[in-house]
Ligand binder design. Structure first.
Ligand code: SAM
Length: 284
């Protein structure tokens, strides 16, 4: 269980998709003045050094954020994403890549709260260090070393009934697939109106192929699914991943219809690159 370190994968194409969607969700949810609770069940280390050993060894960011650093003409949405990435870097220097916790911290307001769960002792230590000390101008942040799947229900519903739940497990253990579904069943029972965003890899294994179908069978009426493939099938590397959003903002689909072709053209490795976008309305 403790073999997975997200630093190997930081800033890859899957992170780009995940974090573009995370920012779109936060920007929408933060339009309302009522406090928002963000629960990040699988937080990682908070921020990654792309010059560090792990990232250098894998080189994965080259096929992700590495393709966006130098782009000048980006859409409003991708410019916004790049502005958030820039906010953890010195001007003109591209070195650090913010994970989902640092992205939430960059956007949330003092009245909001951020609950971070991370099991790996080394990443938990890095996360705790990154979030040590509370700044009054930032949201309240709670860093926790408990199992994020099990802990989720204890934080639902949020007192203001406004919440974004990010679920982003490694999926190296096949139980992660069933635990995502179980955590959502419990979460939805307590907080049916929350916005839930689940990242998933598109792999040949049965559990992976079945996960989106299982998510669609949850007791939900509104969902959106977006997948980005940077090339055709590849059994050795992750080349396709998706985000499944329960109770998505109404504008998310039309925004992604604009952004996804741009991501395909920026991150695609060849003519097999493509995206898939569907939602409860189109699939019924
Ligand atoms: N969400 C992060 C981001 O976007 O930057 C990346 C998270 S990474 C894909 C998954 C993380 O979950 C790993 O750091 C792993 O140690 C941690 N993890 C695995 N199982 C967990 C569990 N049951 N509860 C909390 N954290 C877990």
């Amino acid at each position: 269980m403790f073999s997975y370190r997200h630093a190997f994968h930081a800033g890859n194409h899957a992170d780009v998709l995940k974090h573009v969607v995370q920012i779109l969700l936060l920007d929408y949810l933060l339009q309302k003045p009522k406090a928002l609770r963000v629960i990040d069940t699988h937080a990682g280390a908070g921020i990654a050094d792309l010059h560090g050993d792990y990232a250098q060894k894998s080189g994965e960011s080259a096929n992700g954020i590495g393709k966006l650093w130098t782009q000048r003409a980006l859409s409003v949405e991708l410019t916004r994403y790049m502005d958030v990435i820039s906010s953890v870097n010195a001007p003109g220097v591209w070195r650090f890549y913010p994970g989902s916790p640092a992205i939430s911290r960059a956007l949330l307001r003092p009245e909001d709260s951020l609950h971070l769960f991370e099991l790996h002792p080394s990443d938990l230590a890095l996360l705790s260090k990154e979030f040590a000390g509370q700044d009054r101008a930032q949201p309240r942040v709670y860093v926790n070393g408990h199992d994020g799947f099990a802990a989720l229900k204890s934080l639902l519903p949020p007192p203001t009934r406004r919440g974004l739940i990010l679920i982003d497990p490694p999926y190296e253990d096949k139980q992660d697939y069933s635990r995502v579904v179980q955590a959502l069943e419990e979460g939805l029972r307590r907080f049916a109106t929350g916005t839930y965003a689940i990242w998933y890899p598109c792999l040949a294994r049965h559990e992976s192929r079945e996960l989106p179908n299982q998510l669609k069978r949850l007791p939900i009426t509104d969902w959106l699914q977006v997948e980005l493939a940077i090339t055709g099938n590849d059994s050795t590397h992750l080349v396709r991943s998706g985000m499944f959003v329960i109770n998505p903002p109404w504008v998310l689909k039309s925004t992604l219809q604009q952004v996804m072709p741009e991501l395909v053209s920026l991150l695609g490795l060849d003519h097999h690159a493509h995206y898939v976008l569907s939602d409860a309305q189109t699939s019924s």
